[in-house]
Design a protein around this ligand. Structure first.
Ligand code: SF4
Ligand code: F3S
Ligand code: FES
Length: 234
């Protein structure tokens, strides 16, 4: 099929401001958007810049706005877009470094703020710290995060204020708050109840719609809010 591909372009060494470039291409409906970007880079314009690594929906590095919606380029087929016009832009709310590459530092700073690792200073047992299947199930959904930022950069609260910790940070806090082996839930809940925490979430749901791992993000945020208000992890 013939497609019209419109790409956001910005090279800070040359351009005073961003612009769009449009390419007319032949592509297959089963091509991924990542394949099409690789084609442009390999055969038309080697200066086109974007992040990618695994190409299989695992590393989370190729989040982009594709026809207005945050998605992973490697998990989006041309035929999913229902038409032959494709627009690819960088995710919103983070500074553009070049073309489709944004500065992810504020996103990862917010992630680190919620202490996204297991904290337990009790003496380690001889073998592993055991957990029942039911206790594991409690936070199973939020273990699936690949830190792609599709959620946080689709959230209006984050567009307005990049110090808002954002849904990806909340998902990763949830993953440890509800882990029966962890002992730092109170500390995390205190961080999450502060000014840029979960109460700046207004249940917009963009995050849940954008997540390529289909994590029920808004539900997880609701569980964190409930834990703060009730003081219970049940
Ligand atoms: Fe990406 Fe989903 Fe994790 Fe957000 S919660 S960073 S959308 S995988
Ligand atoms: Fe934003 Fe998701 Fe809440 S889009 S407002 S974090 S439900
Ligand atoms: Fe790794 Fe798409 S390149 S998730």
């Amino acid at each position: 099929m013939k497609i019209s591909l419109k790409l956001y372009r910005y090279n800070p060494e040359i351009d005073k401001k961003s612009r769009y470039e449009t390419y007319q291409l032949e592509a297959d409906p089963t091509d991924r958007i990542l394949d099409i970007l690789e084609f442009v880079k390999g055969y038309i314009d080697g200066t086109l810049s974007f992040r990618r690594s695994c190409a299989h929906g695992v590393c989370g590095s190729d989040a982009m706005r594709i026809n207005g919606q945050n998605r992973l380029a490697c998990k989006t087929l041309l035929r999913d877009l229902h038409g032959n016009k494709v627009t690819v832009e960088p995710i919103m709310g983070l500074r553009v470094i070049k073309d489709l590459i944004v500065d992810m530092d504020p996103f990862f700073e917010n992630f680190r703020t919620v202490l996204p690792y297991l904290i337990n200073d009790e003496p380690a047992p001889k073998t592993e710290r055991l957990q029942s299947p039911e206790d594991r199930e409690r936070f199973d959904d939020t273990t699936k995060c690949i830190l792609c930022a599709c959620c946080t950069t689709s959230c209006p609260s984050f567009w307005a204020n990049d110090e808002y910790l954002g849904p990806a940070a909340f998902v990763n806090a949830h993953r440890f708050i509800f882990d029966s082996r962890d002992r730092a839930a109170d500390e995390r809940l205190k961080i999450l109840s502060a000014q840029n925490g979960v109460y700046r979430c207004h249940t917009v749901f963009n995050c849940t719609l954008a997540c390529p791992r289909e994590i029920e993000i808004t539900k997880a945020i609701g569980e964190v809010k409930r834990a703060i208000s009730t003081g219970s992890l049940k």
